[in-house]
Design a protein around this ligand. Structure first.
Ligand code: NDP
Ligand code: 8X3
Length: 257
């Protein structure tokens, strides 16, 4: 496998769920970390735990990734020792609500589009310049099974993840003549804060999503990301669709437990 122990990894959405689990796995691998999210208190506490456990350099950035002007400035605002980002994990994202198309809330729709799509376009542009200059880099985008299929009550979320999947594929085409690798990871149902956010704090609605089967964990997806990033340099993991064992599609879940 590729030794990434000297690499700098930037993870968006590192304050919870997949992003937090990835931070642990990349820290275990010895990487230098830049952790991005809006909730700084969470990032700082994670930074302290990672540094205590693995003694790796960690830099936290409080940023709303929808703020494109700040995203554009981010590479030059990072401390020098964190500025050469080698692995960019575009993970920050969310679903809001399960409205049917005739009832879509436009504010929620815009938030999903800006967070799940526009910010990834901006982050990718902002950090690719340095990767291309240095001749090494890896972009990992966290899409979803909702980027491969669409379901009732998910019109906007599914549209954003389809857009992200297409953007990721097109990026791979654009970068085919370079050493930069581009990976799309498409997880199925995973128990994180995702459903709590989607149901706007309704814990029982969130819990019902995972009732009767064993969902994926954040650590499962972190493993997939680490796998992709540690393949030998000539291997590009293009796309991984990862489902829970009792799940065959977004809505075909066997609640057998
Ligand atoms: P969580 O809600 O646990 O984590 C989401 C992360 O995104 C948080 O760290 C949050 O941080 C961050 N985030 C959200 N909006 C912004 C923003 N505007 N600016 C900066 N950071 C932001 O959910 P998951 O870990 O499950 O989700 C991670 C990704 O995985 C998302 O893209 C999601 O769509 C995708 N996914 C999730 C699946 C699941 O079943 N859980 C399945 C498939 C894909 P903060 O609030 O502090 O800003
Ligand atoms: C999250 C998975 O199927 O609930 O991306 O939309 S799903």
């Amino acid at each position: 496998p590729l030794n990434i122990s000297e690499w700098t990894v930037l993870i968006t959405g590192a304050s919870s769920g997949f992003g937090e689990a990835m931070a642990w796995r990349f820290a275990e691998a010895g990487c230098r970390l830049v952790l991005v999210a809006r909730r700084l208190d969470r990032l700082e506490s994670l930074r302290d735990q990672l540094q205590f456990t693995y003694h790796v350099p960690v830099h936290t950035v409080q940023l709303d990734v929808r703020n494109i002007a700040e995203v554009d400035l981010l590479p030059q605002q990072l401390p020098e020792s964190f500025a050469n980002v080698d692995i960019l994990v575009n993970n920050a994202g969310l679903a809001l609500g399960t409205a049917s198309v005739q009832d879509n809330n436009i504010d929620d729709a815009i938030t999903m589009i800006e967070t799940n799509v526009t910010s990834v376009i901006a982050m990718t542009r902002a950090f690719l310049a340095g990767m291309l200059e240095r001749g090494r880099g890896h972009i990992v985008n966290i899409s979803s099974n909702a980027g491969r299929e669409a379901y009732a009550g998910g019109s906007v979320y599914c549209a954003t993840k389809h857009a992200l999947t297409a953007f990721t594929t097109a990026a791979r085409h654009d970068l085919v003549g370079t050493p930069i690798r581009v990976t799309c990871i498409s997880p199925g149902a995973a128990q994180t804060e995702f459903s709590l956010v989607r149901y706007k704090g309704d814990q029982s609605a969130a819990d019902a999503v995972y009732r009767g089967f064993e969902p994926l964990s954040a650590e499962d997806i972190a493993d997939n990301v680490l796998y992709a990033c540690t393949r030998p340099e000539h291997v590009q993991i293009a796309d991984m669709l990862v489902l829970a064992t009792n799940q065959a599609s977004a809505k075909n879940v066997a609640r057998v437990l």
